[in-house]
Write a protein that binds this ligand. Structure first.
Ligand code: 13P
Length: 253
């Protein structure tokens, strides 16, 4: 089964609205042919409206939030709902990023609620999973990944799975310059697919797109995307520069 590559820019806590405008001005002008690749940009909340305005009238680049509340509305100071994200033009939401897990205490129970809320709103979750170096070195890799998948996908029906993107991001490769080797990434992503097969069946496992994330750069994107179970990237640091992100997108074309 052919899976369309999906390459996403996770800007994290970078890019004010005016910086977002500067990026999009450069990126959309010098645009890589998007037919083979789905491109997604995830600015911080305050820059979503500006990005949406500048991306209006083109369908090649999708807009994502970096987090979302599972609650619909009410007394939840500092939170953002699905309806708010939809109104500013988001189609995707990154959920369960390792920084949310480690710095803000998100666990699989709350991430699972967010996955359900995202799907109910017609948004596409980009669900992040990944192990720490300690867990990998301690032989816990498969256990950790299968726990994260089982927990965060609890109650999700097989029919909903093609609408979910999984992002495998080994925590030790995020922002460290230490990328997983293509072989390590392939082996792990093949394992992730096998868990999806156990949970949802072979057809679903073959259809779901699994991104790799962790120190993806123009120089390593080509050999990573050549791996059969890598269906795109979730890019942090290297997505902040329009030329560098465009080069990464080109690796998928
Ligand atoms: P870096 O590409 O900066 O390592 O970040 C990866 C990441 O966390 C994307 O979500």
């Amino acid at each position: 089964m052919s899976r369309k590559y999906v390459i996403a820019a996770n800007w994290k806590m970078n890019m004010t609205p005016s910086e977002t405008a500067g990026f999009l001005d450069a990126f959309l002008k010098n645009f890589p042919d998007p037919t083979a690749v789905e491109i997604v940009i995830a600015p911080p909340f305050v820059s979503l409206a500006k990005a949406s305005e500048l991306m209006a009238g083109q369908s090649a680049v999708g807009l994502s939030a970096q987090n979302m509340s599972h609650e619909a509305s009410g007394a939840f100071t500092g939170e953002t709902s699905a309806a708010m994200l939809k109104e500013v033009g988001c189609q995707y939401v990154i959920l369960g990023h390792s920084e949310r897990r480690s710095l803000y205490g998100e666990d699989d129970v709350v991430i699972n609620k967010k996955v359900h809320a995202t799907l109910a709103a017609g948004l596409i979750p980009i669900l992040c999973i990944g192990e720490s170096l300690e867990e990998r070195d301690g032989g816990q890799l498969e256990f950790v990944l299968s726990q994260q998948l089982e927990g965060s996908l609890l109650g999700i029906d097989a029919s909903q799975m093609p609408g979910i993107i999984i992002a495998y991001e080994p925590v030790w490769a995020i922002g460290t310059g230490r990328t997983a080797t293509p072989e390590q990434a392939q082996e792990t992503q093949c394992y992730v697919r096998s868990v999806l097969e156990r949970l949802f069946g072979a057809d679903v496992a073959a259809a779901v797109r699994i991104q790799y994330g962790g120190s993806v750069k123009p120089g390593n994107a080509g050999e990573l995307i050549a791996q059969p179970d890598i269906d795109g990237f979730l890019v942090g640091g290297a997505s902040l520069d329009p030329a560098s992100f465009a080069d990464i997108v080109k690796a998928g074309i």
